[in-house]
Each structure stands twice: as structure tokens, then as C-alpha cells.
Design a protein around this ligand. Sequence first.
Ligand code: GLA
Length: 384
Amino acid sequence: MLDAGEARRAFVETYGGEPRLFRAPGRVNLIGEHTDFNEGFVLPMAIEHSTLVAAREAPGRRVRVRSLNLDEAAEFDLDRPGEPRRGIWLDYVEGVARALEDGGTRLRGADLVVHSDVPAGAGLSSSAALEVSVGLALSSVSGSRVGRVALALAGQRAEHTYVGTMCGIMDQFVAALGREGHALLIDCRTLEATPIPVDTAEALVVVCDSRVKHELASSEYNARREECERGVELLAAALPGVRALRDVSAEEFERHEHLLPPTVRRRCRHVVTENARTLAAAEALRRGGGAEFGRLMYESHRSLRDDFEVSCRELDVLVEAASRVEGVLGSRMTGGGFGGSTVSLIRRERLDDFQNTVGALYHQATRLVPAFHVSQPQAGAHEL
Ligand code: GLA
């Protein structure tokens, strides 16, 4: 876990005075991929990797921020918003500040130091960790209490308006509301979350970072979202109650899929079946049914690969390699796709074998060395 000492020291050195310290975690999604923006179900958990913000109120309406990871400093004026979508890290910081203010939270000027060990581009939501930790820090040093759901929504709004990714709510939600020892079954329509205990006595959650991130990720993401919306329009003509793919059952889909052009049909099939898998997986987790959970993970991966088409060769190699190791219950790509990480559920005593075998097979196929992290579910955003 990232030590707060460095962020604190950097703060004292840069601005002088004692800061308050805030943390928000990255996440791994166990199952329920590309369902959040279809008002469906997801099952993520917060992880050890996190973003720390050292912060203190400053006079006026100026926010100064230093990033230790990038070794860069920047500032902005809360009264004179900068251009959105500049493609720089400040988009996330300023985007959250703007989203909070647009939502009625009056912010004060502030000095910030940001430090993170969530690997960027690994599909572990480094951007949500940044948005939520900055949002918590800015509102707290301004003397405002912003609810955790509102904080998550501000992070999502920053993505939509300042960054330009039309993401769902999953990443920011679990960064804000994660629960130690639990995954969250989130209903992305009602924003209700049910914590489900993750028992790691026998089986471990292992994240495997492929170390590749393909350029397509953001444009393809927005394209998938549009294809899903097109599917809803076409299905709603036959099924009047349908507002989102969340409202379509597997049986209804089978009855009406002929109304959809082939690509849209595959996208929708993924979402409809993934929602059902996610609910079944949450139930299996509750009952301690690791084998069933794992089977659903493999199915989810196939659906993301063949129907939603957001996997890539590297992720497929990792999942295929995992499936060859005895004691692996399930494995799938996690997050948006086109690179990033897989998540696997494996019997505790098989960890070494898993890392050796998957590491070797992956290297053989790609010449790359993957990074493994064993994760226990962590708490969401908090002040230290
Ligand atoms: C990204 C987005 C999330 C979600 C996932 C796919 O992480 O930020 O909202 O859509 O992709 O499940």
C-alpha cells in the first residue's frame, strides 16, 4: 500500500505547512463488463493500489497541483475554467472541480500534491482513483460534505465533459464506496450497492497486467456505447417498456434479436447475457460457489471477445494460459479492454504455479513479462 509519507513530505517542501491526506483506490471488476452504461449490474472491488492527495485550503479561488508521478506542476482558477479535453492530466483534476461546483458545491482555493501507484493503462481505473481522491480532497478542505455517491457522479461527469470518455459509473462508484473484504454488486440504474463478502481463505483474486494498452480504447468504447443505444431503439419498437438493455431478458432477446443488424445484435447479446451472468455470479459468491463463479468468468471472457469484441490477443493469451493451470477456477479480461489486465480466481496453494506457468506462456507468445498482483478488497475513498 502506497505510503503517505512521500506525498506529505512533498507537500511540505512545495507549499509549506501541514496537509490533510486523502486516499481513493483503483479497482478490479470481477464480472459485469460494459453493463454499467446499459443501466445493468457490475461486481467490482477496490484494490490496494491507490491515489493519495495531500491537500490544504489556500486563499482565493486558485488551485495549485503537483503530480509526483509525472514530476509536473499546474494550476487553474476556479472562476476561469480552462478548455476541456486538452488531453492532459489536469483535465481530470479540473474536471472534478468543475463537476463539483456545477453540482452546487462551492470550492475554495487549494494546494494539492497527488501521488499514485495505480498503474496507468492497466485497466485498474487509475483515472477514477484520481478523480475521486481529488474530489474528496477539494470538497473536504473547502469545508463541504459531499456524499459518496455524489462524489462518484462528479468523477464520472469529469470524464464525460473534460476528458471525453462516455464511461459508466462503475469505476468512480467503487473508488468512492468500496468496502473492505467485499465486492460490490452495483445496480447501475438505481445506484444501490450490495456488499458481498469475498472469502480469500481458499481462493485468491489475482490481477495480471498484460502491459499493453492499445490506442483504440477510448474511441472504441464510445462506439460500443452508441451500438448499444441503437440496439435499445430497435428493440423498444417491439418491446415498449425497454429503456436500456438492462430491461431486456435473455428470452426476450432471443425472440427479437432478428430485428437487429449483425454487429448491434452481437453487442446487445453480450450485454443481456452479461447482466444475467453477473447476478448469477454474485449469488455464487454469496454461497461460496467458487467453481460456478469461475465458470461464469470464462463465459464472460468469451462473450467480451466474440460478441462485444473488446478483447485483444494478449488478453486472450493470458486467459487461455490461466485455463491450463490446475486450480484456476476462472479467468477473464477486466475493465474496458483492448489491453490492460485479466482477473483470475485461483486456489490459494496454486499461486506460484499460476504465476510461473502463465508468465512463461505469455512471454513465449508475446515476448512480454506480465505483472501479477494478489488483491484483497479494500475500502473506498477516505481521509487518512
Ligand atoms: C471502463 C469504464 C467503466 C466500464 C468499463 C467496462 O472501465 O470506465 O464505466 O464501462 O470500462 O465495464
